[in-house]
Design a protein around this ligand. Structure first.
Ligand code: CP3
Length: 412
């Protein structure tokens, strides 16, 4: 059978005319174009046929996550879980042991690809997230990151003095090549199965770990610096903003289908400092993001843990979606923000430490709170905890898919 591709659907990247890629083809083609060479218009010039075959990426087969980010209708609510690849999975622990340490795992693109795919092989999740860490960026600035077994992250050098902050510069992206190589390898291994999420820490959250030299109860040294030397805090945030923007652009250039900014500690700040040191910097990051190789804007997710009180301002940041922690009333936020942004969240991860029936009830409550309108991505309100029984994750994903399908059918 011969199917003609309408040439208007063929997009040429404005930046690089040598990279034409199919965006929306006029036929339902779920596999890579490479498998469908016979579908190419035979009357297209040989040169165009050749370039198309060489530069096409597999179409995304399950694009519910990307559609929900754009607030387009989907057959079910897409679901992925923060820290979906991690210590609750025995196969992750085996790969980590084989790598030797968390950083050796994250710095090895083949092993990072393997662990990224592990949760997808167990559960029908609707997105993959790059296996890496937010602290790779300050590590590349030369701060010396390590994770001791059973402990949190540690930096050899703190960035807590005027001299250290003045000496800081956005890192050479070649030092983060292992991350971009992992993105490219994961994309290849996914072969269009689901979209891949790239990510970064927010400029402020990175500053928190840099100033304290690791984790902290309330990051009091960070808050003290913000109040006593706002000029130094601003300089640190500016360096991080440039680094994060470049880092995310590199991930987009090698194939990330969406990007998420994790602002884990923005919620510790008073409103005025949150606006100045966290939200304004994230807005600048979003403004600095470039289109992907197909010339398309990549959808973005902003997550400030403890940021429930600022969602209205966050919705003006330019992000496509806001991540919600579990303290937020999802139905109320949906009502107040309407269709301004998509929402991602927000089951308490501790729910997964109960029994399957409780997990199913709680997951259903989140799906119903979001309602049948487009623009909800199911997630936890924070990362999955290592004690989580994997069976409960299976129940969660099945419940979200089933209940959201039923809810859409009932409201159709
Ligand atoms: O979500 C995913 O599956 C992708 C991978 C991912 C990791 N870290 C892997 C990881 C992502 C997106 C992160 C982000 C991250 N890292 C954040 C922001 C999100 C959040 O949780 O708030 C933060 C604050 C960090 C910093 C970090 N990394 C801490 C505090 C720790 C130690 C605490 C812990 O949970 O172990 C890490 C280590 C880390 N990053 C692990 C994983 C799977 C566990 C390390 C191990 O295997 O020993």
């Amino acid at each position: 059978m011969l199917v003609f591709v309408h040439l208007p659907y063929l997009r040429i990247s404005p930046k690089n005319g040598a990279h034409p890629r199919f965006s929306r083809l006029s036929f339902a083609c779920n596999a890579g174009l490479g498998d469908n060479a016979s579908l190419l218009p035979l009357r297209a010039p040989a040169r165009i046929r050749k370039t198309l075959l060489e530069n096409t990426e597999p179409m995304i087969q399950n694009d519910t996550f990307l559609r929900a980010l754009r607030r387009e209708p989907t057959s079910h609510t897409p679901v992925w879980l923060m820290r979906q690849a991690g210590r609750y999975l025995p196969e992750y622990n085996r790969t980590r042991a084989q790598a030797g340490s968390f950083m050796q795992l994250a710095m090895n693109p083949a092993l990072a690809t393997e662990v990224t795919l592990q949760p997808l092989d167990r559960f029908p999740l609707d997105a993959a997230i790059l296996f890496s860490d937010i602290l790779t960026v300050p590590d590349a600035m030369g701060l010396g990151l390590s994770f001791a077994a059973g402990e949190g992250p540690r930096f050899e050098r703190k960035t807590d003095s005027e001299a250290a902050i003045q000496a800081l510069a956005s890192p050479d992206m070649n030092k983060l090549r292992y991350v971009f190589d992992a993105v490219a390898q994961i994309k290849k291994a996914l072969n269009g199965r689901v979209p891949l999420i790239g990510f970064s820490g927010s400029p402020f959250t990175l500053a928190c770990y840099m100033i304290e030299g690791g984790g902290s109860d309330g990051f009091s040294n960070v808050r003290r610096l913000a109040y006593s030397r706002p000029d130094l805090m601003r300089r640190l945030i500016d360096v991080n903003t440039e680094a994060v923007t470049t880092y995310l652009n590199e991930q987009i250039a090698v194939g990330a289908d969406a990007v998420m900014v994790f602002d884990t500690w923005g919620g510790l700040l008073p409103a005025a400092e949150y606006r100045t040191f966290s939200l304004a910097a994230m807005r600048r990051v979003l403004e600095g993001l470039k289109p992907n190789a197909a010339g398309e804007k990549v959808p973005t997710i902003l997550f400030t843990k403890g940021g429930g009180i600022w969602l209205d301002e966050m919705a003006d940041s330019g992000a496509h979606a806001l991540g919600l922690d579990w303290t937020v009333d999802l139905a109320k936020v949906r009502k107040t923000l309407g269709q301004r942004v998509a929402l991602q969240g927000n089951l308490d991860p501790i729910t997964l430490l109960t029994d399957p029936a409780t997990v199913a009830r709680a997951a259903e409550a989140v799906v119903r709170a979001a309602g049948p309108a487009p623009g909800h991505i199911f997630n936890l309100g924070h990362g999955i905890v290592p004690q989580t029984p994997p069976e409960n994750v299976g129940v969660l994903v099945e419940t979200v898919h089933r209940v959201s399908r039923e809810m859409r059918q009932a409201s159709a």
